[in-house]
Ligand binder design. Structure first.
Ligand code: OAD
Length: 254
């Protein structure tokens, strides 16, 4: 990790008006939440097509709920780390700092809510892939926040929609599903308006999320990457800061 690059990135970030931060699973790694790819990643041990697609849910909703319930209860014990805290501080203290996250673990929300209990919706993250702690109907538009354990003993014990009685499902975006177009448009809008896009803890392999920093570049802004490893975005970054987000973000964020 180059100390001079970190110092230069910090200086750059301190002198711009509009910042967007794009995060991925790596930002929560130091909180004990497994990432998806790489060493120890979830997709090394599990097959996404059996657990994270609408087809998987239609074929075996009990298995899908068992896996999501396991993740919900494990992640409920995790705490935000110094990276989440630094991002929350920047978003609360700077009106022109926005967070866009691919993460479904709720840790950004937790850090922000604790720091600023009366934060405005604008200060909360733009969540591209939904939330593990949201639950929605597999048929109608019903959705609610939900942190209760799910009884996945059998299909009969799974939660059902209070409006149409269809099975409720995790409120996350699965492979093959489109992102909410309003949420996505908002993310691209703040990225295009930003002077700097800080990309932290993402392999930058999943689109459209991975294209968001390009909107900053296309409008003349600068990309800074924070990741121990190289990614497809690295070649676009003015600074590639190789290290843990929990160590680097508290230094470079205003
Ligand atoms: P990945 O698991 O693909 O990538 C995690 C990245 O975090 C890797 O590039 C690691 O090098 C990096 N990393 C690991 N530890 C880190 C640390 N302490 N600090 C900073 N970076 C670290 O996760 P995502 O890019 O978020 O989709 O994956 C994108 C999407 O693919 C996820 O949102 C999920 C998944 O399938 C859905 O759920 C729809």
């Amino acid at each position: 990790m180059s100390e001079s690059d970190i110092a230069a990135a910090r200086e750059l970030v301190a002198n711009v008006d509009r910042i967007v931060i794009l995060t991925g699973a790596g930002v929560s790694a130091e909180s004990g939440v497994p990432t998806f790819r790489g060493e120890g990643g979830l997709w090394k041990s599990y097959r996404p097509e059996e657990l994270a697609t609408p087809q998987a849910f239609a074929a075996d909703p009990r298995l899908v709920w068992e896996w999501y319930d396991m993740r919900r209860s494990a992640i409920a014990l995790c705490e935000p780390n110094a990276g989440h805290e630094a991002i929350a501080r920047a978003c609360v203290e700077h009106a022109s700092c926005h967070l866009v996250t691919q993460n479904v673990d709720g840790l950004h929300h937790l850090a922000l809510g604790r720091r600023a209990p009366s934060a405005s919706p604008d200060q909360y993250p733009i969540t591209l892939h939904g939330s593990l702690y949201r639950i929605r109907c597999s048929c109608c538009a019903f959705a609610r926040d939900d942190r209760d354990p799910v009884d996945s003993t059998s299909v009969q014990t799974l939660p059902r929609c209070p409006e149409c009685d269809a099975l409720l499902r995790p409120g996350v975006v699965w492979f093959g599903e489109a992102l909410d177009p309003d949420v996505l448009a908002h993310a691209f809008e703040v990225a295009a308006a930003a002077d700097v896009c800080i990309v932290a803890g993402t392999s930058a392999l999943v689109h459209p999320a991975a294209s968001i920093p390009l909107a900053t570049l296309d409008s003349g802004g600068i990309v800074i990457e924070v990741n121990p490893d190289e990614t497809p975005l690295s070649r676009h970054a003015r600074y590639s800061l190789r290290g843990a987000s929990g160590e680097i973000l508290p230094i470079i964020l205003p």
